[in-house]
Write a protein that binds this ligand. Sequence first.
Ligand code: UDP
Length: 332
Amino acid sequence: MAILVLGGAGYIGSHTVDRLVEKGDKAVVVDNLVTGHRQAVNKNAKFYQGDIADQEFMRHVFLENPDLDAVIHFAAFSLVAESMTNPLKYFDNNTAGLIKLLEVMNEVGVKKLVFSSTAATYGIPKEMPIKETDSQEPINPYGESKLMMEKIMHWSDLAYGIKFVALRYFNVAGAKPDGSIGEDHHPETHLLPIVLQVAAGSRDKLKIFGNDYETPDGTNVRDYVHPYDLADAHILAVDYLRAGHESTAFNLGSSKGFSNMEILKTAREVTGKAIPAEFAPRRPGDPDTLIAASDKAKTILGWNPQFDDIHKIIATAWKWHSTHPNGYEDGR
Ligand code: UDP
């Protein structure tokens, strides 16, 4: 048995491939390298460069690897702000891309799919922490494109028997503890990488978007989860489907909230750097607080996150950023 990892050269995908290889599992990786990095892919995984919407190419990948029985799908765009100005890019790549993928999976008879969904499918939550059964009313096209993916999966399960697990991530942060793989987006828009780029001297200062939110210190509160822990949840979700269980969705977060100011303060402690910062206007589409209830993943999947301390998470990210101030361009 082997697992096909789509988007395996991206941030979370590359950590998952690494974990699979470490466990001795066979991983086949597909990535179009539009945002992914070839150097991020563990050398013991088989790599194909191509697009998941290219059905001829995907048929070829499945035919060449007849032992594939499950797919983990990370190949999507994920920037809220970009989705607001270019929604069709998100509905085309994320939503229509899934349809193309499912057609081929159905054709070749591979009927297990674990895929990245998001806390952004919930929109503005009415209660905290957020449970899987809470209403899903996205407030941006990114969240909408992922909710549409969940719905397409539901009907494809009923019609074609393609079983799925949708994993709704909260905020992902951190890197492989040895600092050899990590987060590298162009342009970078996420809080922790930006904070640590300022610490590493490759950026002048941090702008904190909004300090008048309904939170204890006025800055947004988010729930941070390490890519290793996410990777393990994906692998457990494949086991869950292989055991013949029903399709479902799980939240993945630490169930603890940290404000943007708390992240900055902790990063100053971890790095020992000043990290200049200033307040700036709110960013459109940011809910006040997002914290996950993750009991379902713990109970049903047996998920046991190891990086349960924000200091530890930031320390792993710093190991990556301090040794790769220009990301993978450093060629190390
Ligand atoms: N944020 C910020 N300055 C930045 C980048 C992000 O203040 O340069 C804030 C953002 O407004 C949000 C939090 O950091 O409150 C997390 O944002 P990020 O883009 O990392 O993740 P998202 O929550 O959008 O998935």
